[in-house]
Structure formats: structure tokens, C-alpha cells
Design a protein around this ligand. Structure first.
Ligand code: SF4
Ligand code: SF4
Length: 89
């Protein structure tokens, strides 16, 4: 289930890429797909990847990074005050 976050967060543009995948390390286990509550990871054919505009939808929770036993996902928080701002919680 996709989590409805409209009204709960604000976003500051300009993050650039802050999550990347090393396809050579990826075992296609699918754990990133299952763990992402925003459904930003997809399997297309035999390739795993993020959707194109993941930067504007990502919660920066790091779950995909945490569950990847193959160490195939690189995650860093966006720099310079860009990215998500939680309004509550
Ligand atoms: S969790 Fe890691 S190894 Fe598994 S499909 Fe995602 S990127 Fe590939
Ligand atoms: S950091 Fe969280 S919301 Fe962003 S792609 Fe990974 S699991 Fe999905």
C-alpha cells in the first residue's frame, strides 16, 4: 500500500541523485521493492531500478538501503537543505 503523505511533508527541490544502485551487485531479491512504502522501486524485465522521479516522492527513510544484503544500494541524505521536510512527527 502506498502511503499518502500529501499535507504531511514539504519538499525542497534540488536534491540531485541521492540513491543509486550497483547493478553488478544486485541479486534481484526484490527486498527493496517490498520495503519501499512509496513504491519507488520497480522490476523491469531482469532489471531492478528506481522510478525516474523518485527524488520528488522518496521519504528518505533508508529502508531500501537497510534491507539490501547485497550492498547494492547507495543512500545518502540530500545536501544543502534540499529534500523532504516532515511537518509532523
Ligand atoms: S534489495 Fe538489493 S539486491 Fe535485492 S533487488 Fe534490491 S537492490 Fe537488488
Ligand atoms: S529511502 Fe525509503 S522511500 Fe526512499 S526509495 Fe528507499 S525505501 Fe523508498
Amino acid at each position: 500500500m502506498k502511503i499518502p503523505v500529501a499535507g504531511l511533508v514539504k519538499r525542497v527541490s534540488g536534491t540531485g541523485d541521492f540513491i543509486s544502485l550497483d547493478a553488478d551487485k544486485c541479486t534481484q531479491c526484490g527486498r527493496c521493492i517490498i520495503s519501499c512504502v512509496m513504491q519507488l522501486w520497480k522490476k523491469t524485465g531482469d532489471r531492478i531500478g528506481l522510478i525516474k522521479d523518485y527524488q520528488s516522492k522518496c521519504l528518505e527513510c533508508g529502508a531500501c538501503y537497510q534491507v539490501c544484503d547485497a550492498d547494492a544500494i547507495r543512500f545518502r541524505y540530500p545536501q544543502g537543505g534540499t529534500g523532504i521536510i516532515y511537518e509532523r512527527g
